[in-house]
Design a protein around this ligand. Structure first.
Ligand code: SF4
Length: 464
């Protein structure tokens, strides 16, 4: 293992912490839960004189999870959803900004089928390649916008032996397993569980707030268990932003956790919840930080959802994927632009049609982009097809080779020091879920009785 204890010194604005400094006690949490975000019904959800009707789909009632007919309309350049519940009234709700971009995305991701959201057997989904498991509802934090509403609801902890048995029974290619929560590292039996799965050939990704990763011995245990991937909650490089988003100071924890990830050579994905007016203007800085930090392969940008507990999201026109993509373009000075995301979707669609490989199945709620960097410039890979750009960055040819090598199994991609990924992922919520899109999801939650596609599970099971 390489020692990289100073690897972050150049990147983050805060002073380097002492390794022995204890974490703040839980009693230091500033947040206590209050009311969740709700939307109010209107007298009638009608198409207004200058609205343009865009699409007809199905959605849910924001109050009860009843399935409703829904219409998407273009109003002043944005999209709105109209629907009516016989019990809870009519709803006229903001859906997304920038209908031109959203239409471009949806035209590339539309699929003819509208499959059921739940199934008993994982393999019946066909194209789904990853399984998400809530291993606990307990958490050592209390974030105001926790989409699982962890910590303030009764703790449920599934039997991990039984889960391993069910995973073992899945025929064919083994799915990627995401262990989430709550905070999964609070489970004492987590390490033997993931060691068993990895030994049996599963790729396991651990999602964590990083508090336990501050402990070097715990990281060593994870490494010896075979863990390669850490999905580390990150959000910002600024303490005031972190205190707002996470209700406690977190910069020290983040830095120490990431330093340990680098020390133990985990592949790291930085998970950033994006909240309007808080850290949406910091996206360029986050991408720049990822570019300069070893072992960080991906920045995942998650527009703050209205699922679970949502104390911060007061706006009805909440931030969404189109806003985040616009901020990427603005904060990187156009180095990564909207059109680059559309190019990747087009290529994914083509690859999916040619190969049938579900890893390339395009979806409207998750946008992927890979970019090359050999200095300060970020170059989306599509731009390397321009001969002048390629001439300037000719070293990209050997350095992006591992991407081509892992073409058939992108889930097994190795870390590449000069290639990074940015992912923008919208969590569909009950207010504006499009069930047609939700049924196109490629992630399934393992539930007590079977499997449920992720956005459907989030909107129906977690709700608001
Ligand atoms: S968002 Fe994550 S870290 Fe925060 S309370 Fe929820 S589960 Fe815990």
């Amino acid at each position: 293992m390489s020692s990289s204890s100073s690897a972050l010194d150049h990147a983050a604005p805060a002073p380097r912490p002492s390794a022995a400094r204890p974490l703040a006690p839980l009693s230091a949490l500033a947040f206590k839960p209050g009311t969740a975000f709700t939307v109010e019904p209107v007298a009638k959800a009608t198409v207004r004189p200058f609205d343009l009707e865009a699409e007809v789909t199905k959605s849910l009632c924001p109050r009860c999870p009843r399935v409703l007919d829904a219409r998407l309309v273009v109003r002043r350049g944005d999209l709105y959803m109209l629907k009516e519940c016989p019990e809870h009234g009519a709803f006229d709700l903001f859906f997304a900004h920038d209908h031109a971009f959203v239409d471009g995305v949806r035209s590339l991701t539309r699929t003819p089928e509208g499959a059921p959201l739940r199934k008993t057997r994982f393999e019946d989904f066909g194209y789904v390649r990853s399984i998400w498991i809530d291993v606990t509802d307990a958490c050592n934090m209390a974030c105001p916008n926790c989409f699982t509403d962890a910590r303030f609801k009764p703790t449920r902890e599934p039997d991990l032996e039984a889960l391993a048995e069910r995973l073992r029974a899945i025929p064919g290619r083994k799915p990627v397993v995401y262990l989430i929560g709550g905070e999964p590292t609070l489970r004492k039996d987590l390490v033997p569980f993931l060691a068993t799965l990895i030994r049996e050939g599963f790729i396991v990704k651990l999602e964590t707030n990083g508090i336990r990763l501050v402990d070097e011995d715990y990281c060593r245990e994870l490494k010896e268990a075979g863990l390669e991937w850490v999905y580390l909650q990150w959000d910002s490089l600024h303490e005031p932003t972190l205190e707002k988003l996470r209700a406690r100071p977190m910069l020290d924890v983040r830095r120490r956790a990431l330093e340990n990830c680098i020390r133990f050579e985990f592949k790291v994905l930085l998970a950033c919840m994006i909240e309007r007016g808080e850290n949406d203007g910091q996206i360029g800085e986050l991408l720049e930080f990822a570019r300069r930090t070893p072992h960080v392969s991906t920045v995942s940008l998650l527009p703050s959802s209205r699922l679970g507990r949502n104390e911060l999201t007061r706006e009805t026109d909440k931030i969404g994927a189109s806003d985040v993509v616009a901020e990427i373009e603005r904060t990187t000075g156009g180095q990564i632009a909207r059109r680059d995301f559309l190019w990747f979707l087009r290529v994914f669609r083509l690859l999916y049609r040619l190969t049938g490989n579900p890893d390339y199945r395009p979806r409207s709620c998750i946008l992927h982009l890979a970019y090359y960097h050999d200095g300060k410039t970020l170059v989306p890979l599509n731009r390397l097809f321009n001969p002048l750009t390629l001439a300037r960055h000719w070293r990209a040819i050997p350095r992006t080779w591992p991407l081509i090598r892992s073409f058939a199994r992108p889930d097994r991609m190795t870390y590449m020091p000069h290639v990074s990924f940015v992912v923008v992922e919208d969590f569909l919520d009950r207010q504006t879920i499009d069930l047609h899109e939700a049924s196109n999801c490629d992630k399934a939650y393992m539930t007590d009785t079977g499997y449920s596609l992720a956005c459907g599970y989030n909107a129906i099971e977690r709700g608001t």
